[in-house]
Design a binder for this molecule. Structure first.
Ligand code: PMV
Length: 310
């Protein structure tokens, strides 16, 4: 009746931005991501007891979203869910992916449910779409109901320098942002078409370990997602001055012979993609920019799994 699981957040190289089914959380187009080792959530679920309790990083939270998720998993018992992020939650880093992936795995283990990796991914999706990709981890593709690992983390030892460009949570959550883009952005259909072309090309470049190819594709894909969001009514502007400073710094680094490309989720933070030997230089350059609060350099990580707590 008690289990602990860990899961890693992931960064998408071909983004998920638009649902074809809002209730079932089914994406309009496929997406590709890699799990990040230093962005980790550890969650313990204990079933039984008189009421639902949810604690995140030592603070009690409203358990409503956790309860809705447990109901979807067919778990009726009251639950005590204790979750800890190994990274700054308040900074608005994507914690929902690692959070719901860890919760899905821990809750099913605590309830004695035997689910396949695919079923666990489909379940995590109901908490947050991108969580579907944190269940298999590694290099993962999400199309339809669940995500699958297309390459293990060891396939390609790249680095992902996560530059924190603002403090505090983001303004418009991804759920509302996606809906607004889909309903009001004149560019949304073109964006979705683009993702359908980008995914097979990204998979080809990933298999070849072509960093200039994949890096440039990831940058274009992210900027086009933001173009879609910027064109919504009212407009969605996720960037801070430090976000733009990072984009420019990476452009300058590339001009100076250091290959590194940016991607940006629905928030102000920039993730720089580069080869392992260049990571220190990229990290130092981003760290020196005004407005950049911290840079966390990550490597590819594996999937969500049950662990024995310390
Ligand atoms: O999983 P959600 O609903 O928080 O959506 C994630 C959306 C992006 O992070 C912007 C893109 C992605 O594919 O992760």
């Amino acid at each position: 009746m008690k289990a602990t699981a860990v899961a890693h957040a992931n960064i998408a190289l071909v983004k998920y931005w638009g649902k074809r089914d809002e209730a079932l959380i089914l994406p309009e187009a496929g997406s590709l991501s890699v799990a990040l080792d230093r962005l980790r959530t550890v969650t313990t679920v204990e079933l039984g007891g008189g009421r639902d309790v949810f604690e995140l990083d030592g603070e009690p939270q409203d358990p409503a979203r956790v309860r809705a998720f447990l109901d979807a998993a067919g778990i009726r018992e009251k639950a005590r869910v204790v979750s800890r992020n190994d990274f700054p939650t308040a900074a608005g880093l994507a914690s929902s992916a690692s959070g719901f992936a860890a919760l899905a795995v821990a809750a099913c283990a605590a309830a004695g449910q035997k689910r396949s990796a695919e079923e666990l991914s489909a379940l995590a999706r109901l908490g947050s779409g991108s969580a579907a990709r944190s269940v298999p981890g590694g290099w993962a593709v999400w199309e339809g109901e669940s995500a699958r690992q297309v390459h293990p983390p060891e396939h390609w030892d790249l680095r992902f320098c996560v530059a924190l460009c603002a403090a505090g949570p983001k303004t418009t959550g991804s759920r509302d942002g996606m809906r607004a883009s889909r309903e009001t952005s004149p560019y949304h259909a073109a964006w979705i078409e683009q993702c359908r072309r980008d995914l097979p090309e990204a998979l080809r470049l990933l298999a070849l370990r072509d960093l200039p190819g994949l890096g440039a594709l990831a940058e274009r894909n992210a900027l086009r997602m933001h173009a879609d969001a910027l064109a919504a009514d009212p407009p969605l502007l996720y960037w801070e001055p430090a976000t733009v400073a990072c984009l420019q710094a990476l452009r300058e680094l590339r001009a100076g012979g250091v290959p590194a490309w940016p991607t940006i989720d629905a928030g102000p933070h920039v993730v720089a993609i580069c080869a392992a030997p260049d990571a220190k230089q990229v990290e130092m350059r981003l760290r020196a920019l005004g407005g950049v609060k911290e840079v966390l350099t990550c490597s590819p990580a594996g999937g969500a799994r049950v662990v024995v707590p310390l």
